[in-house]
Write a protein that binds this ligand. Sequence first.
Ligand code: BG6
Length: 484
Amino acid sequence: MAHTVVIFGASGDLTSRKLVPALYELYRKGRLPEQTRIVGFSRTKFSHEAWREKLAESTAHFAAETFDRALWETFAPAIYYHPGDIGNPEDFDLLGRLLDELEGNGEAVRVYYLSTAPRFYEPAVAQLGAAGLAREDRGKRRVVIEKPFGSDLASAGELNQAIHKVFNEEQVYRIDHYLGKETVQNLLVFRFANGIFEPIWNRNYVDHVQITAAEEVTVGRRAGYYDGVGILRDMFQNHLLQLLTLTAMEAPARFEADMVRDEKVKVLRSIRPMEHEDAIRDTMRGQYRKYRDEPDVPPESQTATFAIVKLHVDNWRWQGVPFMLRSGKAMSCRTTQIVIQFRQAPHMMFHTGPRAPYEANRLVIQIQPAEGIQLHFHTKVPDEGMKVRLTDLEFTFKDKFSATMPEAYQRLLLDVMQGDASLFSRADEVELAWKIVDPIQAAWDRPASPPIELYEAGGWGPPNSTQWMHRQDREWFDRCPVLR
Ligand code: BG6
């Protein structure tokens, strides 16, 4: 069966940095379905040839390790370009004709990838509908929507409604690139392909869960976008809540899109809603000190570049187990990790001095960049009486597997072509995530809310975030992964 991937916003950064390198990699590995064509659509005028050449250069740069010019030459003829304006119906009619021609008026799976600025999602979908390009009389038609999906519950709801006027939910693939990461998928394997962890994966054994996504980079040249968005919308509504749901969900009976997503949705529904006072008590926001000096940032900007959010999952498994979420820019290092902090042994018979409550077993799931898992446990220190110390067992993907970690987009693009939506967000899922995040943002936006805390770049956020954790007799796991 032929496949056509149409990329709207084709001259943008994502296309050259991620999408085309991912498609090239799939081709190189022999995984791209035969007869796959790629059609770029955006306003800039390119000939097919000129666009192929531009992509050859960017792919050579972004897939430098595997780029092979001779191989590219065999891939490039499948790439086409169609200049067009999302506001112009005629351009969609012409696009339709080009696609029919390329597909020889036959059956084909079509993937419409919206990689445009978010304000074009709705008009692009409407134009696809009006031009008859969503009809499935000659093969499946799927639409992929990049993030951000709305900017709050209301806008996400409107976008969902607009999309559903043209596409059924089964045709819609909302991207969260975290779900394309191998280590994120491995969370499901770790939890549900092993029998020994599930019995202790609950309130009886777990004290709390920490989910950190720290980035060393600053906002840099993205401030024009970032200042109107902030960390809560940029990282929490999507990526961090995805990690939380995968950590907290029940086992689906089968690995099937709706079964997996039903379980994730149940977790989101169980998260205790926050009132204003809860948000003030259970969250904190920060901004790195030089943020207001970045180009395009207003001098008085209150945009958060760091936040912590404590959430409660009100169900039997997780009652009383807080989920501490944290993310920030300009932090000590790049690390995304999930820490399952277990309770202490009920009684300690070794007299080794008082222990802090957080000196107990923990499981550290390293999502990136040192992909792996560590189990921390007490050991006897040799030749020092009965002194005990926390030490760890470590697994890394790098040590055990020779394959390099693929870019998230490879898996996601292939899944869309094959019609597997397990790793994509469903309409109700994105809306529920906004429902969790909106009240926090609203509390922060009130003039009377506590002021934003400034922090130095290169650390672990505002000092107060450490104290906030200490006041709860807990401690952040502030360790940069060791890269070997
Ligand atoms: C994006 C955010 O969704 O995720 C960026 O917009 C952030 O601000 C990025 O830097 C982080 O992704 P990753 O894959 O590098 O963890």
